[in-house]
Design a protein around this ligand. Structure first.
Ligand code: M6R
Length: 616
């Protein structure tokens, strides 16, 4: 949530910051703002709405300074107003601040600051933090060679409860930024005679691929040519400089209308990247480089526990199905947000997994920390190299699908499904799964990209269906076994980008309640792959039809539905059970995308949402 960019260097700051904010806009898009230091004063421009509004405003009187900060906001404290937009300036005019996170004890801080004469223009916790830094800055003695701003930010943060990623400038200190993080990501980009601080590498890669991932509890002083990292407790840190493998083209939309569309159609290649180099030479199992757990340790695992949020949790639920089926080991899945507070009893010899595209979701991170605190080994599946979750996990698997920008997760989801199936195969082959069954599974997984290509050819057909169904206000998504989580995912996709109320259910559960919703006004999307329970699913369809509910059936090739049962039929290729959820995801992604477009929704930036949820 919230995008942050700070720049100090040889070029004009505002065009670079605006460009960075556009790339970060998916993190929050309620309001935006910049503060540029020029001619000894902060020049602040803030606007509700998108970066484009801010850009127009700045164009009226261009800013020439080479030092500044910018922010895109996802509102927490205070409504969406220009005044609540960041950057905030302290009431004495000395400090400018941008912030991602929530300061929980802001009320007590504010009470104190009011007694000291500080005033407030906004309702935000951030302005309180800004004034507290100004308060410490005013009291800090001026000592030659010592950084007053750094010292006052550090003192302030020692009192701050909650989460933050902040960048601070002082009006008296041109060319010097201080940044710190706790619970919200911050990355330092090391350029040629310029340095950048951002909440996401996508705002940095236009200038440099050399980065330092700051850790929680670290604070950094950054100038045009230098930087120094310490902990808040003043221990010096020797930072590691990493190289980002993404480049600027990976986070551009190209010829597509939306990032979501691009990412849906990128899935065959994304899957190829996610599986590359991960199959054994004998073609019967998989290998993962970074698990940091020996085969014999793996062999001793008696249970798996998966935690995640949103779409990633749906991927975990499919993985549960795959591991139980291929490896016959019990698996439990939980919402990370529930697990972190539930204090649930865990079995010994449990291996813990978290899944998170961004690697920054605060609830998933908290679940990881809770499991580690209880002494469990935790592995992570994540797409973002160097993300907090990836770094704090004991090992894990990177998805390698490149940046996912659309708020609605698509390619990250199917690659998580792929990795889940590959993991299940890996564990299965250590147990009862035969060499031949392993080989068949590997062959099927290798074929997944082509099956997805074939499923994507359904786009015109699904688009036509979307036009006919875009006016409905309620929809059900029904599936069974490994496709039940895909039904949940279909419903989530539809509601998040088209604002149609949708619910996912196991198809046979429908008659225990949701059937009351069925009428000609509530269509059902129902997965009916050929197989052992096909006839049972057909019975569920009959029950819907008997109540005049429109049916959109997603079947596999060769499955024969009774005539007239479905109003719409989408036929996906027949596939191995390990691949079926991946291929079945494609029509529901396309359906929600085209319905949202038909309804004129802002597909990549749905209302109230943000790509990476770094607040509780
Ligand atoms: O980055 P993460 O995978 O941890 O994100 C988890 C959820 O916030 C995310 O999947 C969310 O549900 C998506 N917007 C769904 O499309």
């Amino acid at each position: 949530m919230c995008g942050i960019v700070g720049y100090v260097g040889k070029h004009k700051a505002s065009p670079f910051i605006l460009e960075g904010l556009k790339r970060l806009e998916y993190r929050g898009y309620d309001s935006t703002g910049v503060a540029i230091l020029q001619n000894g004063a902060f020049h602040v421009v803030k606007k509700i709405g998108r970066v484009a509004n801010l850009e127009k405003e700045i164009a009226k009187s261009p800013l020439n300074g080479t030092f500044g900060i910018g922010h895109t906001r996802w509102a927490t404290h205070g409504g969406v107003t220009d005044a609540n937009a960041h950057p905030h300036i302290s009431s004495d005019g000395k400090i400018a601040l941008i912030h991602n996170g929530v300061i929980e004890n802001y009320a007590a801080m504010k009470k104190f600051l009011l007694t000291k004469g500080y005033t407030f223009k906004s309702e935000t916790d951030t302005e309180v933090l800004c004034n507290l830094i100004a308060y410490h800055y005013a009291k800090e003695p001026v000592v030659a060679g010592e950084n007053r701003l750094f010292a006052s930010v550090r003192k302030t943060l020692l009192h701050a409860e909650g989460t933050y990623g902040i960048v601070v400038m002082g009006v008296d200190l041109p060319g010097e930024m201080v940044a710190a993080r706790k619970g919200s990501p911050l990355i330092l980009g090391l350029g040629d005679n310029e340095n950048i601080i951002a909440s996401d590498v996508s705002a940095i890669v236009a200038r440099t691929q050399s980065v330092v991932y700051l850790k929680d509890g670290e604070i950094v002083n950054v100038t045009q040519k230098d930087f120094r990292v310490t902990t808040l407790d003043q221990e010096s840190v020797s930072p590691t400089v990493d190289r980002v493998t993404w480049n600027i083209a990976d986070s551009e939309m190209g010829a597509y209308a939306h990032f979501m569309e691009k990412e849906i159609f990128e899935q065959p290649v994304a899957l190829e990247n996610a599986m590359r180099g991960r199959f054994s030479e004998d073609g019967s199992t998989t290998n993962f480089g970074g698990l940091n757990i020996s085969a014999s340790e793996f062999r001793g695992i008696e249970r798996f526990m998966f935690c995640a949020c949103g779409t990633a949790l749906h991927a975990c639920m499919v993985t549960e199905h795959m591991i139980e089926r291929f490896a016959r080991i019990p698996v439990e899945c939980d919402y990370a947000s529930e697990f972190r507070y539930r204090n649930s009893p865990l079995f010994r010899n449990t291996l813990f997994f978290v899944m998170s595209q961004s690697g920054e979701t605060i609830d998933t991170l908290a679940a990881l920390r809770e499991a580690k605190r209880k002494g469990y080994k935790v592995l992570a599946v994540s797409n973002v190299v160097g993300s907090t979750i990836a770094r704090e996990a004991d090992g894990g698997i990177y998805q390698h699908v490149g940046p996912e920008v659309g708020v609605a997760s698509t390619k990250a989801f199917t690659s998580q499904l792929l990795i889940g199936a590959m993991l299940a195969l890996y564990i299965g082959r250590m147990r009862d799964l035969s060499f031949g069954a392993g080989q068949r599974c590997v062959t099927a997984l290798k074929g997944a990209p082509d099956l997805v290509r074939k499923a994507l050819e359904l786009a015109p057909h699904v688009k036509a269906i979307a036009k006919r169904y875009a006016h409905y206000t309620d929809m059900l998504f029904l599936g069974r076994m490994s496709l039940f989580p895909i039904a949940l995912e279909g419903a989530l996709k539809l509601k998040e980008i088209s604002y149609i109320h949708a619910e996912g259910y196991p198809a046979a559960e429908m008659k225990h309640g949701p059937i009351a919703l069925i009428s000609e006004k509530c269509p059902s999307v129902i997965f009916a792959p050929a197989g052992e329970i096909f006839n049972k699913i057909v019975s569920s369809m009959q029950e819907i039809k008997a109540r005049k509910g429109p049916v959109i059936a997603i079947i596999t090739e060769g499955a024969e539905l009774p005539a007239g049962l479905a109003d719409e039929v989408i036929t996906i290729p027949t596939c191995h059970e390990a691949v079926l959820p991946i291929v079945a995801s494609i029509p529901v992604q396309l359906l929600s995308y085209y319905i949202a477009v038909e309804r004129g929704c802002d597909v990549d930036k749905p209302r109230n949402l943000a790509k990476s949820v770094t607040v509780e």
